[in-house]
Structure formats: structure tokens, C-alpha cells
Design a protein around this ligand. Structure first.
Ligand SMILES: CC(C)(COP(=O)(O)OP(=O)(O)OC[C@H]1O[C@@H](n2cnc3c(N)ncnc32)[C@H](O)[C@@H]1OP(=O)(O)O)[C@@H](O)C(=O)NCCC(=O)NCCS
Length: 173
């Protein structure tokens, strides 16, 4: 059985492992190899711990747990993308490759979107690498609307991201 719930500090080693392993599986050949190799479980666990320990941190972190953490998603206020009305953002969503396509991504998305809507947010966006057809297929399947694109720098490489928007009132997911 898999539970979707808010994350605590004890989940962070699992969150870090999901993030690093899924990044490497998803972005190999897209993101520079050195950048992927430099990702570390300890570094990622520390990064999320700084958030969870800070009472002013605006993130909401959820995990999918099946004995151990097998997926996570982080939501929060929009980080200044400038699309009018899009005040909330899905910061990250990752499910371990062996657990993908079993409904966990949808369940994580649903929990976060429902919470943001209950808090009064109307619209949420997410940025995804343009070449990440897996992520884009998921967002499009959930009814995301293409909003625009931007160029970013990651590990010395210039990459394009696209943004998808969701109306939290529609609850298609
Ligand atoms: C994208 C991701 C989070 C989706 O999670 P998941 O658990 O595999 O997705 P789910 O099983 O919950 O799928 C939900 C629905 O979306 C559909 N879907 C999932 N991936 C899809 C894709 N690539 N193309 C089309 N539809 C897709 C599923 O068929 C399912 O449809 P249904 O509920 O109507 O039957 C996961 O695949 C992942 O972690 N990928 C790698 C990392 C990544 O790309 N993250 C996003 C970065 S911004």
C-alpha cells in the first residue's frame, strides 16, 4: 500500500534519494553529465531540511511512501515567472522509475493542488525541461495549458523550459 502524506524531517533521506536517482534516470543525455554526477544524497537532504526547519519556508512537501519514500512533490508560491494569475507553483515532482505509471504522480499532484486551492490559490504553474517528454506528457494528460517558455542555465549548458498552467478550480486530476 502506498500512502500520500506531508513530509517530515525523517523522510528527507528518502526524498533526496528519489530526487537524485530520478534526475539521473530522466535527464541523462539532456543535462550535462558532470552536473548529474555532482548531485548528492547528503546535499539534497540538507537542502530540503533547511526548508522544513525554517518556519517562514513557504513550501509544502508531500511524499508517497511504500515502506520507504518512492516519490515526492513540492508546492509553493510562484517564484516570479510573471504569468498573471498564476500565484502558485509546483516546484518539483519525482517518482522513482520503478514506481512510475502506477498513479502516484497523479495522487501527489492531487494532494498538493487541493491544499493550495483550499488556501485560496486560483492557478498553479509548473516549469519542465522542453526535452522532458515524460514530464510534459504527464502535465498535458492532466490538462495543463502551455503558457510559455524560457531559457535557463544548468551545469554550464543552456536549456529551454516550458511552463504549463492549471486552474485549481477545475480539479481535472
Ligand atoms: C512525471 C511523473 C511525476 C509522473 O508520475 P507517475 O506516477 O509516473 O504518473 P501517474 O501514474 O500518476 O500518471 C497519471 C496519469 O498521467 C498519465 N501519464 C503519465 N505519464 C505520462 C506521459 N509521459 N504521457 C502521457 N500520459 C502520461 C498516466 O497514464 C495516468 O493517466 P490516467 O490516470 O488517466 O490513467 C513521473 O513519471 C516522474 O517522476 N518522471 C520523471 C521526473 C519528471 O519528469 N518529473 C517532472 C519534472 S518537472
Amino acid at each position: 500500500m502506498v500512502r500520500i502524506r506531508r513530509a517530515g524531517l525523517g523522510d528527507l533521506p528518502g526524498v533526496a534519494q528519489v530526487l537524485v536517482d530520478t534526475w539521473r534516470a530522466t535527464y541523462r543525455g539532456v543535462v550535462p553529465e558532470a552536473f548529474l554526477e555532482e548531485l548528492s544524497y547528503e546535499g539534497q537532504a540538507d537542502r530540503w531540511a533547511r526548508g522544513l526547519r525554517d518556519p517562514t519556508w513557504p513550501g509544502r512537501l508531500f511524499v508517497a511512501e511504500a515502506g520507504e519514500v518512492v516519490g515526492f512533490a513540492a508546492f509553493g508560491p510562484d517564484r516570479a515567472s510573471g504569468f498573471p494569475g498564476y500565484t502558485a507553483e509546483l516546484w518539483a515532482i519525482y517518482v522513482l522509475p520503478t514506481w512510475q505509471r502506477k498513479g502516484l504522480g497523479r495522487a501527489l499532484f492531487h494532494e498538493g493542488a487541493r491544499l493550495l486551492q483550499a488556501e485560496g490559490y486560483g492557478r498553479m504553474l509548473v516549469w519542465v525541461l522542453k526535452e522532458n517528454s515524460q514530464g510534459r506528457g504527464f502535465y498535458e494528460h492532466l490538462g495543463g495549458v502551455l503558457l510559455g517558455e524560457r531559457e535557463i542555465e544548468l551545469g554550464g549548458a543552456k536549456l529551454w523550459e516550458v511552463a504549463y498552467g492549471f486552474d485549481l478550480g477545475e480539479q481535472k486530476w
